[in-house]
Design a protein around this ligand. Structure first.
Ligand code: GLY
Ligand code: MN
Ligand code: MN
Length: 444
């Protein structure tokens, strides 16, 4: 299995600590277990920031980073070993495992945190934490601070400054290392295979969930624990609903199906959209819209390179799509004016992409100092233009209504431009039709 090597977690902690102000402490909790219903839990997914700094996969854990601490800078609070609980719920690292397998300098039972953590905070000037994202943990943190304050008359020194950790940590997460790109390539490879399998299985009369099952099969077979987000399998008019998730309609002859789905490997997401005809053959209108979206995506790729700014790729898609819609007669008027008035938004209402990483809509600022961010090597993003013609749009001829097309790929900025991670799925009309025709021949 391709995964982030242990040494990288240590490097990340050191890099974060190097950026922390002198005499400070950082505190981050693991994700809580979420109850699905009664005593059934949701599949556990570690918090991305916590995972980024530790690779520690368990709930009920807290990372504490104390740059310069003599007895170890990296302290991990985690569950104790417990043979009875482990018989029911699975193995735990325990404190020994936290040190041996996860590189902690020091580890304590999570049940002792109220006794130990105030002592670690005491005397530090600043506390870094993800304030606001976990209200329950924020309350605990204030309780620990208050323990120190209550001892001020004995000479205890509570911290004076509370700093949001996000800014430092999320900027680090925006730049992907070689190891991260390798994991993202693997997630992309498996997701590409899943889209190919769904294309091959596509037939009128099946349901959207039939294709979702094909995706899930490839995700799990490839070693992914779960999709990076709820898979969108949207046939016919459902393709015009951007975050459609019902996935239970029948696939009808003559309709398109739009699939937006990607798996997660070692907590790194992939995010692919392909749109194809359920029966394997594009109609002239479907082909026209499809090729326009594809051309806009190509134009966007050309705008992704170091020193280009974040919005250039989006602007390229808007230009191509608006001009194309005018040519097809779906918009009327001067292209520049239609762009200025945002008339294209009737058909293309979202942006061309987002940062991609441990979270599918990953962390990182899009603007710096009021300006669009300049792209740099190692930044990962999606490129996902689309055109959605509402089934209820009375302004356009009937033949266009209900066509929704999105094409989405994942890229990493390189010195020369960008590497497309998800190029393994066919994309041209000819390639898609050939793949689907071959699958039919094999099946019959
Ligand atoms: N899958 C959600 C998105 O494409 O942003
Ligand atoms: Mn996306
Ligand atoms: Mn997507």
């Amino acid at each position: 299995m391709i995964h982030i090597p242990k040494a990288e977690y240590s490097r990340r902690r050191k890099a974060l600590m190097a950026q922390m102000e002198p005499n400070s402490i950082a505190i981050l909790p693991a994700a809580a277990v979420a109850i699905r219903n009664r005593d059934v839990e949701h599949v556990y997914r570690q918090d991305s920031d916590f995972q980024y700094l530790s690779g520690f996969p368990e709930p009920q854990a807290v990372i504490v980073l104390i740059p310069g601490r003599e007895h170890g800078e990296y302290v991990l609070f985690c569950r104790e070993r417990n043979p009875e609980r482990e018989l029911w719920d699975g193995l735990r690292a325990g404190q020994e495992g936290a040190i041996r397998d996860y590189g902690a300098d020091d580890a304590f039972p999570i049940t002792d945190i109220d006794d130990i953590l105030p002592g670690l905070i005491e005397g530090r000037d600043r506390v870094y934490s993800a304030m606001g994202s976990n209200p329950e943990f924020d309350r605990h943190l204030m309780d620990w601070i208050n323990v120190i304050r209550s001892k001020a008359h004995l000479g205890a020194q509570p911290p004076n400054e509370f700093v949001a950790l996000d800014h430092l940590l999320h900027d680090m997460r925006l730049y992907k290392s070689a190891a991260e790109v390798k994991v993202m390539r693997e997630a992309a490879r498996i997701s590409a295979q899943a889209h190919i399998r769904a294309m091959q299985a596509s037939r009128p009369g099946l349901h959207e969930f039939s294709l979702e099952a094909e995706l899930d099969y490839e995700f799990r077979k490839g070693g992914a624990k779960m999709p990076a987000y709820g898979s969108i399998v949207a046939a016919g008019r459902n393709s015009c609903i951007l975050h459609y998730q019902q996935n239970d309609a029948v696939l009808r002859d003559g309709d398109l199906v739009l699939i937006d789905a990607g798996c997660e490997i070692d907590c790194y997401a992939s995010d692919i959209t392909r749109t194809w005809p359920v029966n394997g053959k594009f109609s002239p209108e479907q082909k026209a819209i499809y090729e326009l979206v594809l051309a806009s995506q190509e134009a966007a790729f050309a705008q992704i390179a170091p020193n280009k700014h974040w919005n250039q790729a989006h602007e390229a898609t808007v230009q191509v799509i608006t001009a194309g819609l005018v040519q097809l007669g779906l918009l009327e008027g001067d292209v520049d004016q239609l762009i200025a008035s945002e008339a294209y938004k009737t058909f293309y209402m979202h942006r061309a992409g987002h940062w991609l990483g441990m979270d599918v809509h990953d962390v990182g600022e899009y603007r710096v100092g009021g300006e669009w961010r300049v792209l740099e090597v190692g930044m990962a993003l999606t490129v996902e233009p689309g055109i959605y013609i509402s089934p209820d749009n009375q302004q356009v001829a009937k033949k266009w209504r209900g066509i929704g097309v999105r094409i989405e790929d994942d890229v990493v900025v390189t010195k020369q431009g960008c590497e497309i991670l998800t190029g393994g799925v066919p994309k041209s009309v000819a390639e898609i039709e050939a793949l689907m025709a071959a699958a039919r021949t094999q099946a019959s």
